[in-house]
Design a protein around this ligand. Structure first.
Ligand code: ZN
Length: 374
């Protein structure tokens, strides 16, 4: 009989204190733009935790202890320059640390918070590898998947999932790890960090050319030393659950089965949800539940269920908590019987893909021949 192990939750209150300050939109500060709180503020994340609490689910998860990532852990994926820059800005009161594409804010002592977020992802890996949990979720901020080796970007300071994966490869001597990034924006930072690493398969399913600009096309398949280590599925805006299910069944699951990872990471954004102000997709809570189920099942088949999710985007404080509850229910196998009041069901009729949706998925399917066999 299958042993019942809990799901790990890495939650560190101080990561909610990450101060993103005033926001002036995606463009530079303008005298005509009234400042507003950043979309990457504490609300969605804290409301997820609050819903898990009131649903009675938190106490059924294993609470993981979180230590800050060490410089060695951070330097496994980031350059000395980037680390030092973040430390300097952090110690001098904070500021915008993005070198391009708008604002990525860091408050005073924000370095310590960003190191805690990366450390939470590492604690998830430790818990899964030690066998105390089946799978784990790092519910932290700042997010990570846009940060590359040398720069912060898109609200991300350090690449939490990449740091955790490097830790897994190094400290547990795993041979191969895979990422399935379903944040609505391209997982450019993770892709860039592992561009020439054939031990890492980075898959990103995202809205075509949303953020960063001109990033995440089908033609990006990995560097010369690791062709096929990278797979992008840039879906058209408006894609619903059926399109995502088709992409998973025809591209993502087959790619994982070819590559045979020892560990699967999901940079988990909820901004492909239908309410999201920073994306134009149509997923519902039930859709995130189905995607989680597919990944959980393939992880069981390929890598003894080893699965860690790191929290990325998702900016509707109304529906994100319910999307996340669905993911936690599926990860843990515990049903809270709470119904998403915004509507749980997505349109899942794969047979009704529109021509321009079918075209992308067919093209991505053709890239499977590049994926290296594990
Ligand atoms: Zn996002």
């Amino acid at each position: 009989m299958e042993e019942l192990l809990p799901t790990g939750l890495a939650w560190e209150e101080r990561t909610m204190w990450h101060d993103t300050g005033w926001y002036f939109g995606p463009k530079d500060v303008s005298e005509w733009v009234e400042p507003i709180v950043s979309p990457e503020n504490v609300d969605c994340k804290r409301r997820i935790k609050n819903l898990l609490d009131v649903a009675g689910l938190t106490e059924m998860l294993r609470s993981l202890e979180v230590e800050p990532a060490s410089d060695k852990d951070l330097l496994a994926v980031h350059s000395e320059n980037h680390l030092q820059y973040i430390k300097d800005v952090s110690s001098k009161g904070g500021g915008n640390v993005a070198k391009q594409f708008g604002t990525t804010s860091l408050g005073e002592n924000g370095f310590q918070i960003a190191a805690l977020a990366a450390g939470a992802a590492i604690s998830c890996v430790k818990a899964v590898m030690s066998g105390t949990v089946n799978n784990a979720y790092a519910l932290v901020r700042p997010p990570g998947h846009h940060a590359d080796a040398d720069q912060s970007m898109g609200f991300c300071i350090f690449n939490n999932a990449a740091i955790a994966a490097s830790f897994a490869l190094r400290d547990y001597e795993l041979e191969r790890v895979a990422f399935v990034d379903w944040d609505v924006h391209h997982g450019n930072g993770t892709q860039s960090i592992f561009w020439n690493n054939d031990r890492v398969l980075t898959i990103s399913i995202h809205q075509d050319n949303c953020f960063p600009p001109n990033s995440g096309s089908l033609s990006e398949v990995g560097g010369k030393k690791a062709l096929g280590s990278c797979l992008n599925i840039p879906l058209p805006p408006g894609s619903n659950e059926g399109v995502y299910l088709a992409a998973f069944e025809r591209v993502i699951l087959p790619a994982l089965k070819i590559f045979k990872p020892d560990f699967i990471f999901v940079p988990c954004g909820f901004d492909a949800g239908f309410h999201d102000p920073l994306g134009r997709m149509m997923l519902r809570s039930g859709s995130f539940r189905k995607l989680t189920n597919m990944i959980k099942e393939v992880a069981k088949d390929l890598c003894e269920g080893r699965l860690v999710m790191t929290h990325e985007g998702g900016y509707s404080p109304h529906s994100v908590p319910f999307h996340a509850l669905a993911v936690f229910e599926e990860l843990s196998g515990i049903d809270t019987n709470i119904i998403d009041p915004y509507g749980d069901k997505g349109n899942s009729e794969i047979s009704k893909l529109l021509n321009h949706e079918e075209d992308v998925i067919s093209a991505a399917e053709n890239l499977l021949s590049y994926v290296t066999e594990g």
